[in-house]
Design a protein around this ligand. Structure first.
Ligand SMILES: *Cc1c(COP(=O)(O)O)cnc(C)c1O
Length: 339
């Protein structure tokens, strides 16, 4: 791979900037398992405040944050409802089932990322010895780069509450949803008992997620985090990157969204490419099977890295993708179809 390579695979590939590294170097630290790391405490309080929740807990990854949330909400033999495409159902190794004896109840996602309310209602089990106890509804925003419609979130969480369920939001990219919709993260988080926020996606921190909720839930989460091996010591070094990201890298997500739209327009101008217009920073496209393999080979040879196979590609914009990178990538694509 040449050093001219441009990496659109994911918004997780960003490297900490000089400013972020300086903040990390200067971070005050302590032993966070003893609750003595001031930078971790500041990050937890800040995310909790931004989401309108009373408490927060810093975790090494979004996967562990969702897992700890599921373990804290649900007991052995209980179940959670989530979309068939939800990260916490499909992309986390079945952790809740493996480690918590918690049964997932997937429900089909519609093309806009929502689920039919009737399908959610039908998945909620009545009290009966035959059934696992339905305990939690988990939603995701953004999901597949799409912002969940507010009326769906309100109706689905109302439905959950009416059946005595708790609610969790996988808000790995909640700030993308906030910036794209012009609705504050606080309002997007309001209908949920707990929210998980990733710092290592579009926000550009090297690692880390924060789970927020009630003090009782977060106390329970601390126990599970320790058991899973996620209790970290002088974690302020990495938490400081999260604080820096929240201060400097939220509003600029709008640039990623604009670049994703520009990419989608440029890619979609070609007959052989069908593009979905992105709402945030993720562009999905389908390449005509007749040229898909040659197209992938051409991108690779030119140092354009993307996700996906068999002509179904995902291009993600992020902190380390500039306007010039977008234009160069589109020129590479143009050259393929002209050549
Ligand atoms: C990336 C992601 C996660 C998991 O985060 P990791 O830090 O990669 O474990 C969870 N949910 C969603 C929606 C994500 O995009």
């Amino acid at each position: 791979m040449s050093d001219m390579s441009i990496d659109f695979r994911s918004d997780t590939v960003t490297r900490p900037s000089a400013g972020m590294r300086a903040a990390m170097a200067e971070a005050p630290v302590g032993d966070d398992v003893y609750g003595e790391d001031p930078s971790v405490a500041a990050l937890e309080a800040q995310v909790a405040g931004m989401m309108g929740k009373a408490a927060g807990i810093y975790l090494p990854s979004g996967t562990q944050s969702n897992l700890v949330a599921l373990l804290s909400h649900c007991a052995r033999g209980e179940e959670f409802i989530a979309g068939q495409e939800a990260h916490c159902y499909k992309y986390e190794g079945g952790g809740a089932a493996v480690l918590g004896s918690i049964q997932p109840q997937p429900v089909e996602n519609l093309s806009d990322g929502t689920m039919a309310l009737a399908a959610i209602a039908a998945a909620i089990k009545p009290e009966d010895v035959h059934f696992a106890r339905t305990r939690l509804l988990a939603l995701e925003n953004t999901i597949g780069g799409k912002v969940l419609p507010a009326d769906f979130v309100a109706a689905a969480t109302d439905l959950a509450r009416a059946h005595g369920l708790s609610t969790h939001l996988d808000g790995a990219r909640i700030f993308n949803a906030a910036v794209a919709s012009g609705v504050e993260a606080l309002a997007l988080a309001a209908p949920f008992d707990s929210v998980s926020v990733c710092l290592s996606k579009g926000l550009g921190a090297p690692v880390g997620s924060v789970l927020v909720g009630t003090p009782e839930l977060i106390e329970e989460a601390k126990r599970w985090r320790k058991m899973l091996g996620g209790g970290m010591r002088q974690a302020g070094i990495v938490a400081a990157a999260g604080l820096y990201a929240l201060k400097n890298n939220v509003a600029r997500l709008a640039d990623d969204h604009a670049r994703a739209r520009r990419l989608a327009e440029g890619l979609g101008a070609h007959q052989a490419i069908a593009v979905e217009m992105p709402q945030t920073n993720i562009v999905f496209l389908k390449v005509d099977p007749a040229v898909a393999e040659a197209f992938s080979g051409h991108l690779e040879a030119e140092g354009i890295r993307v996700s996906g196979r068999y002509g179904a590609q995902r291009w993600v914009t992020h902190l380390d993708i500039s306007d010039a990178d977008v234009e160069r990538a589109l020129a590479v694509v143009d050259a393929f179809f002209k050549g």
